[in-house]
Design a protein around this ligand. Structure first.
Ligand SMILES: Nc1ncnc2c1ncn2[C@@H]1O[C@H](COP(=O)(O)OP(=O)(O)OP(=O)(O)O)[C@@H](O)[C@H]1O
Ligand SMILES: [Mg+2]
Length: 215
């Protein structure tokens, strides 16, 4: 994790990705960014977490939202941010925002975990309450990084793409099929939100060898 070794080449790769996002958004700031991939198991959650850590290190008030309501993992990456309430508790009105959003061990970084995995993720994502919550978080934080489910299997990420400022597609080496990558980009384009870039997650290399490219 970038948070444990800020001097590592791995952390450096996230500073590079962060710089590319900020440079791409030089005219129009990418304040909220969604991370997705065509297929499961591509490194989305790890990349989301590390990117959030990288923004927090710039003294930006950063929020990581776990919107993979089907297979949430933010509370595993940041165990100190585990909560049985989280997003679903907040939407149900069981807790307030300040209890659902958890400030973990990393300065400037807050995490909104899923809480109890909901029965109908699509209904939550399409609800008016969810959109209102997103809007109020958007005005409260400098940067929002959102982890999402894979694009090819469910429509969740496409729904989320319609709210955020920009999306990033994670492609995993020897795994993501070119055809799925193309279809995923088409789906993101349909949502009308800019695809800021793709991150090539080369899992056969060391964690430090991330490559970031535009397009
Ligand atoms: N660059 C990498 N090198 C080695 N292992 C990696 C790398 N990136 C991710 N992994 C591993 O691959 C697995 C999947 O990573 P992660 O959970 O971040 O993917 P995901 O796209 O969020 O998956 P899901 O679609 O299930 O949500 C994890 O076990 C993670 O540790
Ligand atoms: Mg994941």
């Amino acid at each position: 994790m970038a948070k444990y070794e800020p001097q590592s080449a791995y952390a450096e790769s996230f500073r590079y990705i962060r710089a590319n996002i900020d440079f791409a958004g030089i005219d129009e700031e990418y304040r909220s960014v969604m991370i997705t991939s065509p297929d499961p198991d591509s490194g989305k959650s790890l990349i989301s977490a590390n990117l959030a850590v990288s923004y927090a290190a710039l003294n930006m008030k950063t929020l990581l939202i776990d919107l993979d309501l089907r297979k949430p993992t933010a509370h595993k990456i940041f165990p100190e941010c585990y909560s049985s309430y989280g997003l679903t508790g907040l939407l149900k009105g069981i807790v307030e925002m300040d209890e659902a959003v958890i400030q973990g061990d990393t300065p400037n970084l807050s995490v909104l975990p899923v809480g109890v995995t909901p029965a109908d993720p699509a209904a939550i994502l399409n609800s008016e309450k969810m959109k209102e919550l997103y809007d109020s978080l958007y005005s409260e934080f400098d940067r929002i990084i959102i982890d999402t489910p894979p694009l090819m299997s469910v429509a969740d990420a496409q729904t989320i793409a319609s709210w955020v400022d920009g999306t990033i597609l994670v492609i995993r080496n020897n795994y993501t099929k070119q055809d799925n990558a193309k279809k995923a980009i088409q789906k993101l384009n349909t949502a009308g939100t800019p695809v800021i870039g793709t991150i090539f997650n080369n899992t056969s290399m060391k964690m430090s060898d991330y490559y970031y490219g535009n397009g």
